[in-house]
Design a protein around this ligand. Structure first.
Ligand code: TA6
Length: 310
């Protein structure tokens, strides 16, 4: 079983405009709601491939119900801790159709109580069996500082689960203390943990390899549109994505992680894992939603992924 933990899920509101002009009424050309919060996207990928998983974390209110409905429509099994009297946050993603990229504005989300944290830890204790993969991905809500984050993660170790962490700042630093099996920082998050900005791919590769020496089995450094650098103790590869026409880049990193987890669950080697993950992430970029992708298109896009040993 794979358990994905989204501590701060979001109801994503994607707003399409022609252009985004300051001091003007930018009339939307279309709006859609989608799943947000990061580890939720991992569950969407796993469920689309028939890989057994449970999506958990904290939800609240009408937005929380909407997120759960969207997840269940994508065949994701949900087992959340609900906090009465609060409201799951919204994220606003503005996509100007006249240019690449998007603008994302995330609400902070409700303050999770100590009681809810204890309920989640109990839930994880009952769900996790030895060697289950447990994915923590996304930001932490109010009410959860790095110490509490570390406490929650420690349950995975207690139950001898396989920990995957995709977070940032102090939470990623805390996650590293638990020696996760895999981390997937982007360049900004990576600079936070090494404390400086490497000036070349060569320097990035050198720093990534140090994390393998520190006991992280797989380090997948996401370089966005430039692809990724992936390192294990036996091999380091530079992965280049296929060219696609970008519609909405939001959620690409999360679907990428979903592809990684799916291929790990299927016992694939590092090259197959990241060829698939890169392709499914590229497929997501061609879609309007933040958790949409096509497995058929992914199989085609895999042919365009370039992987070099470094
Ligand atoms: O990475 C995309 C995304 O998951 C969006 O769907 C939106 O929900 C946002 O990121 C949430 O990010 P945060 O770091 O606040 O959890």
């Amino acid at each position: 079983m794979i358990i994905t933990v989204t501590l701060n899920p979001s109801l994503d509101k994607v707003i399409f405009v022609d252009k985004l002009n300051r001091n003007q009424n930018n009339r939307s050309k279309g709006i859609l709601y989608d799943i947000g919060g990061k580890a939720t996207h991992v569950s969407v990928v796993l469920s689309s491939m028939g890989i057994d998983n449970i999506s958990t974390g904290f939800l609240a209110g009408r937005n929380g119900k909407h997120v759960q409905d969207l997840l269940e429509k994508k065949n994701v099994k949900c087992d959340y801790v609900w906090q009465e009297g609060f409201e799951t946050r919204e994220t606003y993603i503005v996509v100007p159709q006249s240019e690449e990229g998007s603008y994302m504005i995330t609400e902070r989300g409700f303050a999770v109580t100590g009681e809810s944290v204890e309920k989640l830890k109990e839930k994880l204790r009952s769900l996790i069996k030895r060697n289950d993969i447990v994915v923590f991905s996304g930001g932490a809500p109010n009410g959860i500082d790095s110490k509490i984050y570390g406490d929650i993660i420690s349950v995975v170790k207690e139950k001898e689960g396989i920990l995957i962490v995709d977070s940032s700042g102090e939470f990623l630093v805390e996650g590293l203390k638990a020696k996760p099996y895999l981390i997937k920082p982007n360049e900004i998050e990576f600079r936070d943990i090494i404390g400086f900005a490497p000036s070349s791919d060569e320097e990035l590769i050198e720093e990534v390899k140090k994390l393998n020496e520190d006991g992280i089995e797989i380090v997948a450094l996401s370089l966005g549109r430039r692809g990724s650098i992936v390192s294990t103790k036996d091999r380091t590869i530079r992965v280049y994505p296929p060219d696609v026409k970008e519609v909405n880049d939001t959620g690409c990193g999360d679907v990428f992680l979903g592809g990684v987890v799916a291929m790990i669950a299927r016992g694939k080697d590092v090259e197959d894992i990241f060829r698939f993950a890169t392709a499914i992430s590229a497929s997501k970029a061609t879609m309007q939603g933040t958790s949409d992708f096509s497995l058929e298109q992914t199989n085609e896009l895999m042919k365009g992924v370039v992987i070099n040993d470094v």
